[in-house]
Design a protein around this ligand. Sequence first.
Ligand SMILES: [Zn+2]
Length: 282
Amino acid sequence: MTCSTCNDSGWKTIQVNDIARVIRCDCRREVLIEQRLQEARIPPRYRRCDLDNFIVYDNEQLLRTIDRARKFIDKFPVVSKGMVLIGPPGIGKTHIAVSVLRSVILSTGARGLYYDTRGLLRDIRSTYNPVLNTAEMDVLRPVMEAELLVLDDLGAERLTDWVEETMSLIVNTRYNERRPTIFTSNYEDIPEGEPQSLLVRVGFRLHSRLREMCEFLEYDGPDYRNLPPNADAEDLYKSWKAQPRRKLPVKSGEPARAQLRNLTRKHEKADLKWTGGRGGSE
Ligand SMILES: [Zn+2]
């Protein structure tokens, strides 16, 4: 169907202070936004996520998180910090993160990208070239250059030197270019040397960078996946209050303090020297 505004030229004339200016027609904008949504790699189950269809209840930390998410959407692209959404599995962190991503794309046409952290590392590894000792930029470049990136499930991948270097490269590049990132993680940000802390899961260097570039938003709640599909705010609230206070999993093995010591020591060494190598060895 021919666009009645621009006659399919893609441009329309508007008056700005009595001066005629030519701008992109809305019909092209819709096409662009549809394309941006397609390119954002949002998994099918999250494609309808919106803050307006996210059920909230009387949970101060959750309400604060939603409030910060809405402010982020309103201010984008003029945002100085990204977000780290922290809490147990199933409380809607991905829903919130993807809602922000979708809203930003819909309102600004920005280039946004979603990646599950493990999936991203797998994709980078799969392009690793042992002869050239490099990984393809085809995977890395869009991740570094996206105007808004969602990295889901941070800390799920076992921390190895390669994982740490690769994540540092991505995060540092985005930090230097002032491109915001929204992370989600199941690992609590507790300062003491707990093996299941975010710090131990992502490493000292990445953790301190996250602290600089993101606002940390931590909340607790019931697992949405255990609730009936038509659960309302009251059901959620009751379910949340009925569950025991979240306890950190106890893990045997190397004491946390020793792990932390090792991590810290490692980071006293030279700065990032990412070669793209060793990806295949894990
Ligand atoms: Zn048009």
